[in-house]
Design a protein around this ligand. Structure first.
Ligand SMILES: CSC[C@H]1O[C@H](OP(=O)(O)O)[C@H](O)[C@@H]1O
Length: 345
């Protein structure tokens, strides 16, 4: 699976897979300014917590290029404005603001010229791009210790290569178990209404990589566990706060079913997704366009599936309490939720 985004140094642009067009067509967007980078996150051309984090950092590099002709005081003012616009593109995944803050810190800590700051920012964005891949592979190796030959693993949404620069978070242990350890793993992907990241993206990337994949309607998850057809659940995360994992809407329902059926529930997330000084009340759960996503399925159907005049509800994430989580895997290892707090708080 190729990277979901890359920096094209010869042209100073971000090239990204346009995920709104998958699985039908593989097309690419060339992003040449920071406002377009912010829009690509908001419109979910690129999505997934780590992927939008790196996109945000490279979006800041595009802003620096645009304003490097200014004297450094004015350059910094423009960069603060760019940081604000990029940061507000989506509210829930903490990787976005984490990435922007990392670039802002670099600007604050370097009293040099605008062109030199620009070079530093581009280099930092490229460094974050590579760090993401290395982190994902480390999580894959750690998480694969939890998988045995012959496992059937349920996943929800897409926390794969397309949700990161490459290799994925939740799908990383599956990739590692298969590709590095030769284990046979069957993946079941929840379609994941309303944006269908499981059906459209997880199925596409795993099928591309010849990893056994089946798609189920979201409501099948509980019965599949009751029938003993699911050995483990692995999901990603958008923000892990003290006591709660925020992830794609529907994760909480899957976690409850897993708890009821004693199916291990694993969350895979890099440290950049941790925000342990926060609690649930601090987190904004994104609400997206309900008519477009719920009633019209992003324009993929001939007519809405909801009667005209009937309002739809569309939270994009939900909150899963630690008591429903068996293990959380980061690049440092495998932790119980309690061990995670001890390690990182
Ligand atoms: C490793 S991706 C984490 C997370 O991001 C996805 O959300 P979205 O597709 O809305 O960006 C999903 O919640 C994944 O689990």
């Amino acid at each position: 699976m190729e990277p979901s985004l890359r920096w094209i140094a010869e042209k100073n642009v971000i090239e990204m897979i346009d995920q709104t067009k998958l699985p039908g067509t593989l097309t690419y967007l060339e992003i040449s300014d920071y406002r377009s980078a912010a829009n690509s996150i908001k419109n979910m051309n690129i999505r997934g917590a780590p992927a939008i984090g790196v996109t945000a950092a490279l979006g800041m590099a595009l802003a620096a290029i645009e304003f490097q002709h200014l004297e450094v005081g004015k350059f910094k003012v423009e960069m603060e404005n760019a940081a604000r616009i990029i940061s507000k593109s989506r509210p829930t995944a903490v990787n976005l603001t984490w990435a922007v803050k990392r670039i802002q810190n670099l600007i604050e800590n370097n009293s040099t010229s605008s062109p030199d700051l620009t070079k530093l920012i581009i280099a930092e964005g490229q460094k974050m791009w590579q760090e993401d891949i290395d982190t994902n592979r480390a999580m894959g190796k750690h998480g694969a210790t939890l998988l045995i030959d012959g496992d059937t693993v349920l996943t929800h949404c897409n926390a794969g290569s397309l949700a990161t620069v490459q290799y994925g978070t939740a799908l990383a242990p599956i990739r590692w178990a298969i590709e590095e350890e030769g284990k046979k793993i069957q993946v079941i992907a929840d379609e994941t209404r309303p944006r269908l990241q499981g059906a459209r993206l997880t199925a596409w990337e795993l099928h591309q990589d010849k990893i056994p994949i089946k798609v189920e309607a979201d409501n099948n998850a509980g019965l599949m566990m009751r029938k003993g057809k699911i050995d483990k659940v692995i999901v990603g995360a958008d923000r892990i706060v003290n006591g709660v994992v925020f992830n794609k809407i529907g994760t909480f329902m899957v976690a409850m079913a897993a708890k009821y059926h004693n199916v291990p529930m694993y969350v895979v997330a890099p440290k950049s997704t941790l925000s342990l000084n926060e609690t649930e009340k601090d987190v904004i759960i994104e609400q997206r366009n309900a008519q477009y996503e719920v009633a019209e399925i992003m324009g993929k159907i001939k007519e809405p599936i909801v009667p005209e005049g009937v309002e739809c509800i569309n939270y994009a994430f939900d909150a899963t309490p630690f008591e429903l989580i068996t293990k959380i895997i980061t690049q440092d290892g495998v932790f119980s939720p309690e061990e995670l707090i001890q390690r990182y708080k």
